[in-house]
Write a protein that binds this ligand. Sequence first.
Ligand SMILES: Cc1ncc(COP(=O)(O)O)c(C=O)c1O
Length: 410
Amino acid sequence: MRIICEICATKLNTMILSSLLNRFSEPETLKMAKLGRELRAQGIDVIDLSLGEPDFDTPQHIKDAAIKAINDNWSHYTPVAGFLDLREAVCSKLKRDNDLDYKPEQIVTSTGAKQSLANAILALVDDGDEVIIPTPYWVTYSELVKIARGKVVEIRTSTEASFKATPAQIEAAITPKTKVFMFSSPCNPSGAVYSKEELKAIADLFKKYPQITILSDEIYEYINFVGKHESIAQFDEIKDQIVVINGLSKGFAMTGWRLGYTASSVEIAKAMEKLQGQFTSGTCSITQKAAVTALVGDLKPSLEMTEEFTRRRTTTLKLVGEMPGFKCYAPEGAFYVFPDVSSYYGKSDGTQTIANAADFSMYLLNTAHVSSVMGDAFGEPNCVRFSFANSMTNIERAWARIKEALAKLK
Ligand SMILES: Cc1ncc(COP(=O)(O)O)c(C=O)c1O
């Protein structure tokens, strides 16, 4: 009787759920965090190096602005693209930090950079359109393209090439079907940061292809270890081809507040606003009011967080350097290391054999009780991502455990 019911349930599921669900995967980052939480619930001391969020509290002046917004009764629906004062604050920020001139009608705020990326992809990509993405890329990029029925065209980069795509590589991937080129700088997961000269060379290339839109994800802007952030939108000749994606999650330790934004041509902004109007409407009113303070207020707390990330990066790189067989690029931004661990493929501790990055990540979770994310999720199957958005103590404990676990693999 039970068996029949299970069969019925399976049949029912395949009948009621849409085929869309089979086109994309659940984020690997969230899956690993979930597995870590499950082990923790069993009383195991798991150190989380899988998740991509600052472990700091939101700065006090931003929290105060939110409390004031609640007391001032900012409790109603908001305009889809965001309150005018928030869109003006985004324009002021883009001028102050990036010397970019945008008007409020070119800004669409959302419930996070993830939604901004979804808005942009769904506004631009049709069935069969090609989207060029250099590897490694943030897990969500390829899945959003699949949701839109587009085709992901990967450009493979490497540790040796500092995980950056060259204009020649990009041009070789362009076809008449190319609609979008998307990348992040600083990059999650590699930490690569494109210099002004490198961005200029890419901008010069896209001048020849005005039909292609460039999604420039700059959410790690403030977490930069090599100097000033450069945006590809600074090159006027291609500015209308660019959608700048940014948000408050990383730079202001506001992951749970959900505020992302785009700066683009008015035409693309209106398209994204139309889409968002049917999905979520405007993002949380309290968050929007707090975001005005974050964007135009004192940047000192954000810069202090970056100073702490700089110290953790130094420690992490020293410890990663002690792992036999790792090949690791020193990240120039964001808060991850993304070593090539393929020298462990084929090795075993006697019971568990490592065939790929997924096995490697699972081995570290089960043996060292440290969570990480396999590189396949980012389009780079030889690497594994480890975050340093964790306390110095936890970073040191985690890498000591990893070293011990690796020593067992023969
Ligand atoms: C490269 C990149 N873009 C976008 C996002 C999404 O950020 P948000 O929290 O604003 O949705 C993330 C989050 O991890 C990210 O790493």
